[in-house]
Write a protein that binds this ligand. Sequence first.
Ligand SMILES: [Zn+2]
Length: 268
Amino acid sequence: MPPMLAWDLRKFLVVAALSLRMPAFAWGPEGHRLVARIAERELTDKAKVRIAEILGPGQSIAELASWPDEIRRSRPDTGPWHYVDIPLDARRLDMARDCPKSQCIVASLEGFEVVLQDPRASPERRKEALLFVVHFVGDLHQPLHSVDNHDKGGNDVKVVFHGRPTNLHSLWDSGLLNHMPKEPELFPQLDRQAEQHRKKWSQGRVEDWTGQSHRLAQKVTYGKLPKPGADGAIVLDAAYEQAADGVVAAQIEKAGVRLATVLNSCLQ
Ligand SMILES: [Zn+2]
């Protein structure tokens, strides 16, 4: 192997190994895919055609829904766009306090909706805007993306779940989902609920949905956490898991319905 190539390969392997140990960022790929799959079922024919034009052949929003997490390391400026830091004890979102310089999920989501609607935007910008919108509607519904408790979005909160040590953020991204039925069984259940509640859940706008997510973080994500044991570890019990599973399922269903509403209105 030429030395240059060997070096490139080594560099790639190091980066690949590092990326396996990256802190958790949001719903894992399954959560984001479920949100996009629910949305796909509620899209208008027109929106479907526009999405196919923007993405190009053989690509779908479900497959590309985690792309913004994949590029986070190479484009660190996009990092703050995935969440908004509403203090845990705050009553509501305050954009001046929680979204400095418009660098938060609420402002970026609204900004990318504008790009998506703009026929003069270049195909590359529209494609990026579409993928950011798909991803951020999902992130917005993960309660730990709408709250700040000075613990890096729950990454610093050590918990034990089914006997395994993890952290609160990772638990809400994928730990809970991993203990729910597998995707082929879970998707039809969530999709049925989404269909039944479509009218109610499509109400409101990004700020309202952020407020709902924040309240769930207060009431369940943090509110129902058991007290730490003598060694400082928080061992999650069945009551916490049951309450959290209900929130995860409902939030994914709502995110799917709302993503479809946003895309149907942007892509007429
Ligand atoms: Zn994200």
